[in-house]
Design a binder for this molecule. Structure first.
Ligand SMILES: O=C(O)CCC(=O)C(=O)O
Ligand SMILES: [Fe+2]
Length: 279
């Protein structure tokens, strides 16, 4: 690899922690100033009169802007630097033990304070969003299949502040349960609702990235604090990931898909991660 400016980032202990727990907070991937910049870009999507567009989603104080109708991927030129962040790329390459990666997702969310009393801290069912399509009956559980995703925190997320919930070690529970039966991908309503596991909130600061294994059960939570939580999600996979993905721009003829403003914002690493250039 000649593309990269810096080498390994994670210590062996951090690598072991990620594979044991299935999640890991990477501190300071962005500076505070950068995080504030992206928080503002996303908060500026909210219409001034707070009329929430029909094609957005809004549940329990959690707003999911859509870039265009049916499309949650914010990949305009202003967001391209996040897709191709070198530090995050190195972390992903280290964990996946593969330097030729692809990136996808780019959806964003804003969680505002919500005082409605609820029995659960969660505003969503615990679920997984695996790289394996829903109509596939069985996970492969191979290294090639693993996708690592997660989100940037662009704001400080203190306890009760709507942090993402995860189940420590939950990716291994999913693997055990799904691997033990035929059609394991189909358990628990295709793993859209996993009621029997207990989750914890991941707190963090503006500029941190919460890494999650693709088999990690997770859910959004209520924000009981004044500050809105502003995040953007990304997923990285190996370029030999067996399932592909329809929402991965690289699956189309990329230089037709990206316009000149988008490609102008891409580094040579970004062009490969986004599928404009082949690895
Ligand atoms: O916003 C969060 O903390 C998690 C959201 C999530 O997992 C989802 O929308 O699939
Ligand atoms: Fe999810």
């Amino acid at each position: 690899m000649t593309i990269t400016k810096s080498g390994p980032i994670l210590t062996q202990e951090e690598i072991d922690t990620f594979w044991r727990d299935g999640y890991l907070l990477i501190r300071g991937v962005l500076t505070k100033k950068e995080a504030k910049h992206f928080a503002s870009l996303i908060l500026d999507l909210l219409p001034r009169d707070l009329s929430i567009p029909d094609h957005w989603k809004a549940f329990d104080g959690r707003f999911k802007p859509f870039y265009t109708i049916g499309n949650q991927t914010f990949d305009g030129p202003e967001f391209i630097p996040l897709y191709q962040n070198e530090r995050l790329y190195h972390v992903m390459a280290q964990l996946l033990q593969h330097s030729q990666l692809l990136v996808r997702d780019g959806s964003v969310a804003i969680t505002m304070r919500n005082d409605t009393p609820h029995e659960s801290d969660l505003s969503q069912d615990l679920h997984i969003d695996p790289a394996v399509p829903e109509d596939v009956d069985d996970f492969l559980f191979t290294p090639e299949e693993v996708e690592i995703g997660g989100c940037y925190y662009f704001t400080d997320v203190e306890p009760g502040g709507g942090g993402i919930h995860v189940v420590p070690g939950g990716h291994r529970i999913v693997e055990e349960e799904a691997g033990a039966v035929p059609r394991g991908r189909q358990l628990h309503d295709k793993w859209r609702n996993i009621p029997h596991l207990k989750s914890v909130e991941v707190t963090g600061q503006a500029g941190d990235f919460v890494l999650t294994h693709h088999l990690m059960p997770h859910a959004a939570s209520h924000n009981r604090r004044p500050e809105a939580r502003v995040v953007q999600f990304f997923r990285y996979s190996r370029d030999d990931q067996p399932w592909g993905s329809s929402d991965r721009p690289g699956d189309r003829s990329a230089d037709r898909y990206y316009n000149d403003l988008q490609t102008a914002a891409m580094t040579s690493l970004g062009r490969k991660l986004l599928g404009v250039d082949s690895w």
